[in-house]
Design a protein around this ligand. Sequence first.
Ligand SMILES: Cc1cc2nc3c(=O)[nH]c(=O)nc-3n(C[C@H](O)[C@H](O)[C@H](O)COP(=O)(O)O)c2cc1C
Length: 177
Amino acid sequence: MKLLAFAASNSKKSINKQLATYAASLLAGAEVEILDLNDYELPLFSVDKEAELGQPALAHAFLQKIGAADALLISFAEHNGSYSAAYKNLFDWCSRITGKVFQGKPMVLLATSPGGRGGASVLAAAVNSAPFFAGTVKASLAIPSFNSNFDQAAGVLTNADLQQQLQAAVNSLRDGA
Ligand SMILES: Cc1cc2nc3c(=O)[nH]c(=O)nc-3n(C[C@H](O)[C@H](O)[C@H](O)COP(=O)(O)O)c2cc1C
């Protein structure tokens, strides 16, 4: 199974990228590719920019990565209760090429933040909207208090209960659950 994982963040030290990378490693036997949104940076979307630029090659490239995957794992950074501007911008560009951005792929959606809700608001938005963009959400999980529950040096989740929940979420990609 080809698993495409990325953080919906453009932070170089993204905690969501750390989580997505770790979570993807839990899918036994999967061929994992981790994307970085910094490699898909586009001008701020507007209909005027679109008229000027058309369909950017980077948006096509991002959609092709999704299309080539068997499953997706995305971990969302929460900015003021919603998506990071970097993710929303890339998503908006992609959505003008096809409304089926997620191309029917099974997905696990995660979020984490240093706070006690772990990005629950952005995660809810992502879960609720995914079906409108041809995404099939198999499982979702917010990891609260990232700094207490994740060992950044080792790159692993340290909270046993959350580890169990994360493993189950990732397994849902294989179970067809
Ligand atoms: C502009 C901005 C807004 C933020 N808003 C929230 C928020 O609404 N909820 C939250 O839990 N954390 C919020 N944070 C803290 C982020 O969760 C934190 O920066 C986290 O590291 C972002 O994920 P990332 O490292 O993957 O980019 C905010 C951070 C920034 C810079």
